[in-house]
Each structure stands twice: as C-alpha cells, then as structure tokens.
Design a protein around this ligand. Structure first.
Ligand code: UTP
Length: 289
C-alpha cells in the first residue's frame, strides 16, 4: 500500500522572462486562459485529484495571487446587490477551505528545485505533488488524477512525460528508460536539458510530479545544475536506486503557456470547449486568417 498524496506544491516564483513584458509585475501563473488564471486551473486539477493542502511558492506578485483565492467582501456585496448570482458563484466557488492554502516566499529565484525545497517544512516527510501551472493540460480526467492512479500501482516518484522531437531534448528533463509498457516507463536515469546528440531518449518531463520526501535530502545540498539553477530533476535523479522512478504518459493535450504560442493556442483550445464560445471562435479565426 503506497502512502497517499495529500499535499501539492505550486512553484509560482519564476521570472517568466520568455513572456515579458506581460510578466514584469505579475507572475505568469496569473495569465488568463479564457476566463481564469493559470493558477486556478492548476488548483482545480489538484483538488479534483484529492489534494487537501495547497502550497504556493511565490515571488513577485504574491498579493494578487493571495487576493485571487481570498474572500472579496466588497465585490461579493456589489454582485449580490445587483443580483448577479452567476458572477457571485464564480468568485465564491474558487475559494479554498480556510487553512487549506499556504504561501511561502522563495525570496530569490534560484531555480525550480530551490522553489520546491522551500516547501520542505510544510511537506513533513510525506509524498507530495508538484504542479507547474504554466504547463496547462486539457485532459479528462485531469492529469494529476491520472497520475495518482498510476502512483497507486507503482509508488515512488512518478513524473508526467511526453515524447518530444529529438531536436528539442535540450529544453527538458529527459528519461533514461529501462523498460516501457507504453503507459508507464521505468527509468534508470534522468538528464536535464541534454543535447539531442547525447539524449538517452526523447521522453521529456513536463510540469507534473508526484515525489517522495527523499528528494529534499538532495535539494538541501543546493547544488547548481543546468543554467546555474538548482534543478528539481537533478535531485530526483539522485534518488534513483533508492526510490522507484516512473514516467507516466498522460492522456491529454499540453500547452506551454509560459510563451506566446502556447498561450494563444491554449486560449483557442480551451475556448473551443465552451459551448457558447465555440462558434464565435471559429468565426473570429476565419475573420483574421
Ligand atoms: P521556468 O523554467 O518556466 O522558468 O520555471 P521561469 O523563470 O518561470 O520562466 P522563463 O523561462 O524565464 O520564461 C518552471 C516553473 O518553476 C517556477 C516557475 O514559476 C514555473 O512554474 N520557478 C522557477 C520558481 O518558482 N522559482 C524559480 O526560481 C524558478
């Protein structure tokens, strides 16, 4: 019996340099797809997967995110007075239970591994999930729900993976695969951003992880990896041999919303899922094609 995943960490302290100036004063996780910010999609995905505690690792723009998930008495009152019941429901439905969401300042953007390490005292020796909200995934059920199901079978560390064209291996953490049944790939190694000529496979890690707390032993050493940053993948790689490690090929479509193309594509794809928007989107695309 594997230990349940009850906590999720949302690192939202990156600089978002690929999407400046939009991300100058606000975290990229507040960028909006159709009608809600990326972080809201991520939180909803975690809640649907049974996550009870949500830990946001913030940098700049902490206030806007805390406000988004907090009561807004004034706005709620105005909506109530004006009889805008649907709008009122939209802003109250997204509120986490009191005490369910915590915020930790990363203080310095030293890398994803460092951001996750900042959550160590909240995790307290349990397995936990990490969700990178800028990797938005259109999937039913949500990808974390799919991963929890896979994790319940194999335990250990489970990361979401997808095949990428070989020329792009230098953008991702890449698995060195030992065995692969098409859904779960057991890995014997992991390399961060390898050159296409030396990449051990084309199976790349995307922004969803289920991790065992042993990863903190390695993150604590604060070793710098690719790009001079403290890399989460380096710490995961060091646990291979002591903790089982699997890549899970998720069902769904991923959009890298940390840059323009993925953000625009996600807006189109998610709008096409909304009944009263679909036809309008098609019409608009025709108009501007
Ligand atoms: P990225 O690799 O996308 O980096 O981070 P970035 O700085 O956010 O964006 P670019 O590349 O400069 O455009 C992956 C995830 O890790 C978080 C980011 O917020 C994002 O969710 N992160 C990254 C942190 O929380 N802290 C860091 O120090 C670095």
């Amino acid at each position: 019996m594997v230990r349940p995943v009850r906590k999720a960490v949302f690192p939202v302290a990156g600089l978002g340099t690929r999407f400046l100036p939009a991300t100058k004063a606000m975290p990229k996780e507040m960028l909006t797809i159709v009608d809600r910010p990326l972080i809201q999609y991520a939180v909803e995905e975690a809640q649907a997967a049974g996550i009870e505690e949500l830990i946001l690792i913030t940098g700049r723009g902490k206030t806007v995110m805390a406000d988004h998930f907090d009561h807004s008495f004034e706005l709620a009152q105005v909506l109530k007075d004006r009889g805008k019941t649907e709008a009122l429901k939209q802003i109250t439905d997204l509120l986490p239970e009191p005490g369910q969401m915590s915020f930790i300042r990363q203080q310095q953007p030293l890398g994803l591994g460092h951001a996750v390490w900042c959550a160590r005292n909240f995790i307290q020796g349990e397995p936990f999930a990490v969700i990178l909200a800028d990797d938005l995934i259109l999937a039913k059920p949500g990808v974390l729900t799919q991963m929890v199901e896979a994790y319940n079978e194999v335990g250990g560390n489970v990361v979401a993976v997808e095949d990428v064209p070989r020329q792009y291996t230098n953008r991702y953490g890449i698995l060195d695969v030992e065995s692969d049944d098409g859904r779960l790939a057991r890995a014997k190694g992991l390399v961060e951003k390898p050159d296409p000529s030396v990449a051990p496979s084309t199976l790349s890690i995307i922004g969803r992880y289920i991790l065992q707390p042993e990863v903190f032993d390695h993150l604590a050493k604060k070793e710098r990896g690719a790009g001079g940053e403290i890399q989460l993948t380096d710490a995961i790689a060091k646990t291979i041999g002591t903790v089982p490690f699997h890549g899970y090929r998720f069902m769904g479509e991923r959009f890298d919303c940390g840059q323009r193309r993925g953000f625009i594509e996600a807006n189109i794809a998610f709008a096409m899922q909304v009944d009263d928007l679909r036809d309008q989107v098609i019409e608009l695309l025709r108009k501007y094609a």
